[in-house]
Design a protein around this ligand. Structure first.
Ligand code: PSU
Length: 335
């Protein structure tokens, strides 16, 4: 009886949160700040599988036209696995959840877009500007409109020497404060992976590698040399983890780290050499803050003669496949 009462009170505790989220989402819609695509809002209302997708990868992560074809390809993969894609982006001061072809084209082509994380949203919205949402901003938006899962390539992290410069991506603090699951290929070794995992632990983020081992992936390659605290072997197990977090009202995020399949992984030596060189160049040029990641990504692309881009596209598509399966399993388990 005691257990039942506990479960009941937990359930009641969880309810107002959901209701409050719904009210906030409604208010945002009324204010005209958020534009939800009809397929997305219908899927959310019917608790169907929805996969949120970010757009900094489109505006600042890849060159045109690869950014556009990848964004469309990823949406297609999500659909073919039975889920609804919801690419988040900001167009002329409005938050779009689900982008039309013309808005996607605009974000992919325009040179006037900004890279937008949590801290940037108030300014960009007040000025009617446009940009791609990073992991942190996409998580915020996904949570407000009721999408529990989000797929990306890689998350930001603690930069090398971050313990002195304090250059720590707000993606990590967002994971600590927003209950959304992020599916990614781990963290690039342009970052300090060990300290990134420590930081995630400090902020109470549940990290699990997808697959048979706990090896934490390093984006282009399946193993970083670090371990996740947990692993989930398949989408059902991943969905059980997320569903338990939701039932319990766990108010921080979950990170599912998906290793790139061996056959698509880049030669670690080629990538490592390029990363080392790009990091040194960024330091010598005095590149700082939000410019560091895009600068290093572009240089790695040039130094590896496109190999990093091909690998990047392959891993994002793999994450989209895995993430869609998890979203579908979650939707089945929650019905
Ligand atoms: N890693 C990539 N491509 C990207 C990003 C990271 O391989 O496009 C983007 C993501 O949007 C991520 C952001 O949220 O960079 C992190 O930026 P920063 O390190 O400035 O926090």
């Amino acid at each position: 009886t005691h257990w039942r009462m506990l479960c009941k009170s937990m359930h009641l505790l969880a309810q107002p949160c959901a209701a409050q989220g719904f009210i906030i989402a409604r208010r945002l819609l009324y204010d005209g700040l958020v534009k939800l695509q009809p397929e997305v809002s219908e899927a959310i209302a019917k608790k169907k599988a929805v996969v949120a997708l970010e757009s900094t990868i489109i505006t600042h992560g890849m060159p045109y036209p690869h950014n556009l074809s990848t964004a469309k390809g990823v949406e297609q993969i999500v659909k073919s696995h039975g889920a609804v894609p919801a690419t988040v982006g900001i167009v002329k001061g409005r938050i779009h959840v689900g982008l039309s072809d013309s808005d996607l084209q605009y974000l992919a082509e325009s040179k006037e877009t900004f890279k937008l994380s949590r801290r940037d949203l108030p300014y960009i919205l007040s000025k009617g500007l446009s940009g791609g949402t990073t992991v942190s901003a996409t998580m915020m938006v996904a949570h407000r409109v009721g999408i529990p899962l989000f797929v990306t390539g890689g998350i930001g992290g603690v930069h090398h020497d971050g313990q002195n410069s304090m250059d720590v991506s707000t993606d990590l603090t967002e994971l600590g404060r927003t209950p959304v699951t992020v599916v990614s290929a781990g963290v690039k070794s342009i970052l300090d992976i060990g300290r990134t995992l420590e930081y995630l632990e400090t902020h109470g983020v549940c990290v699990a590698t997808f697959g048979k081992t706990r090896d934490f992936p390093a984006f282009f390659i399946p193993k970083s040399g670090f371990q996740s605290p947990w692993n989930v072997t398949d989408e059902e197990e991943a969905a059980q983890l997320i569903a338990s977090a939701r039932r319990f009202g766990h108010d921080s995020g979950v990170l599912i780290a998906v290793p790139i399949p061996e056959e698509q992984a880049a030669s670690s030596q080629v990538i490592d050499d390029a990363i080392q060189q790009a990091v040194v160049e960024a330091r010598n040029k005095g590149i700082q803050s939000k410019e560091v990641t895009p600068f290093i990504l572009t240089r790695i692309h040039e130094l590896t003669k496109g190999l990093s881009l091909t690998t990047n596209i392959a891993l994002i598509k793999n994450n989209a496949k895995v993430g869609s399966r998890i979203a579908c399993a979650l939707s089945r388990q929650c019905h």
